[in-house]
Design a binder for this molecule. Structure first.
Ligand code: ARG
Ligand code: ZN
Length: 470
């Protein structure tokens, strides 16, 4: 799903297409032949060149699956509804999952080939620009664990009582065919059937939970657009608690029974954190909030899965605050390319500094000054990674987090509190459910502050080394 401007362009192209002369009647050598071509197999993100595909824009994913933790076998059918943005005789999806047993475009079985994460589909009939079409993919087997450039794991990660399902930056294709680009957001429905006693927690709202013949089916719906890397269907033994914040946001928490005591403090602060962030960032962007606290020791990190951040162990209050802040910065406003990861991690880290100060801990200024931040010696290797382009191995290192947060704190000092807090609130509002870039942020900061910030951002983002003046 892209901006409405994009959709208007696609419609205009479709209208043009119908007024064109039918190819069979076209004069020999008529330009524009052949009309149909293959959608691009990549969106050329240098960090993950296999990610994303061109030629269409996904509107909705409907993922139905049965899974048994005992056999680790998934039996799934995913229906993708997409809008074609060009006339296509071939297109790609990103998929690393198990064996495909059937694939249809619309009602018609389609030929396909697989290589790495590219699933290449040949639709017959071909797909016209402006057409909304469906792709129905059925598959069966065990989804793989994906290893990232930094060595961490994601995708479909079995735990001792279920599966932990993180997807950043490239885990979603492990278990569903997707257009795996952060820039192609869509709505999602998950319909998951598991042995009775297991809980499946997906993004968005729980529409229904029904048990029949010792199996329970959970239907989760993410009604707001979501990037594929933020999808989860984490499942296992969970203690579920449902509540509502003072301002009316429903909160669904699922906690591994072994972690209930250790997680209690962080879980109890969810409403306070959401209320505080709503005052400084603007209204909470989704119709559901919550958290999934699981035991996945081999994962070892938390992730801001939309509406349901997932934690691989009992979180601290500040980790909880970090993942909740991402709901505004990362999930609702999402980067467009991975080199801009500081827009996600720097914002969430700075939000945690603000929360810490708000809740009676160190001031943001003190955190900025500390030895994990600006207090690091200028000779430290910490300063030798470029914030604007840390590279895939270091995209989740402390550079995007700490130098990113320092950049925001320094910007606040430079433009003043009024402009700074207006900037971050407007950033969340102006790009809600969309995508944005570092260039967009610089432009917004200059506009709101009325200052030329070229040298400020140059020193903090585009140059290595410890900034000394800005
Ligand atoms: N975005 C997550 C967070 O900051 C971290 C994800 C780490 N993923 C990874 N593959 N290393 O909360
Ligand atoms: Zn983060």
């Amino acid at each position: 799903m892209k901006s409405s401007r994009f959709r208007v362009a696609a419609l205009a192209a479709a209208l043009l297409a119908v007024t064109q002369v039918h190819p069979a009647l076209a004069a020999p050598g008529d330009p524009g032949e052949p009309r149909y071509s293959a959608g691009a197999s990549s969106l050329d993100d240098p960090y993950f060149p296999d990610q994303g595909n061109g030629g269409y824009d996904v509107q909705d994913y409907d993922v139905t699956f049965a899974y048994d933790p005992a056999t680790k076998i998934m039996n799934a059918t995913t229906v993708i509804t997409a809008l074609a943005t060009q006339d296509m005789d071939q297109f790609n999806l990103d998929f690393q999952g198990p064996e495909i047993t059937s694939l249809k475009v619309g009602k018609h079985p389609a030929d396909f080939t697989r290589s790495g994460q590219e699933l290449v589909v040949t639709p017959r009939p071909k797909v016209k620009s402006g057409q909304t079409f469906t792709v129905t993919v059925s598959y069966e087997g065990t989804p793989p664990v994906i290893t990232d450039p930094d060595g961490s794991i994601e995708g479909w990660v079995p735990t001792d009582d279920g599966v932990f399902v993180p997807g950043e930056p490239q885990g979603a294709p492990s278990w569903m065919p997707v257009n795996d680009s952060p820039a192609d957001k869509a709505t999602f429905t998950f319909r998951a059937t598991v042995p009775e006693g297991i809980t499946v927690v997906g993004n968005g709202r729980l529409l229904s939970q029904t048990t029949e013949d010792a199996k329970t089916t959970f239907v989760w719906r993410s009604a707001e657009p979501m990037a594929t890397y933020l999808a989860t269907v984490t499942l296992g033994n969970f203690v579920v608690t449902e509540s509502t914040t003072p301002s009316g946001i429903p909160v669904y928490t699922a906690v591994d029974p072994r972690l209930v005591t250790q997680s209690a403090t962080a879980v109890a602060r969810i409403p306070d954190i959401l209320e505080y962030f709503s005052t400084i960032f603007g209204p909470y962007p989704f119709n559901q909030a919550g958290a999934i606290i699981d035991r996945a020791p081999n994962v070892g990190y938390a992730l801001e899965s939309q509406t349901k951040p997932i934690f691989s162990s009992a979180p601290s209050v500040s980790t909880m605050a970090h993942e909740l802040a991402h709901q505004w910065y990362g999930d609702s406003v999402t980067l467009s390319k991975w080199s801009d990861i500081w827009l996600n991690e720097g914002f969430a880290t700075y939000a945690t500094w603000l929360w810490t100060e708000h809740s009676g801990g160190a001031t943001a200024q003190a955190t900025f000054n500390s030895s994990s931040n600006y207090g690091r010696a200028a000779t430290s290797s910490f300063w030798q990674i470029l914030l604007a382009d840390p590279g895939p191995e270091d995209m989740f290192s402390n550079i995007p987090y700490n130098r990113g947060a320092m950049t925001l704190h320094a910007l606040r000092g430079k433009i003043g509190d009024t402009a700074f807090f207006k900037l971050i609130k407007d950033w969340a509002a102006d790009h809600q459910y969309g995508n944005a870039t570092t260039a967009d942020f610089i432009k917004a900061a200059e506009k709101i502050s009325g200052q030329n910030l070229t040298s400020f951002f140059d020193v903090w983002l585009f140059q290595k080394g410890k900034p000394t003046t800005w």
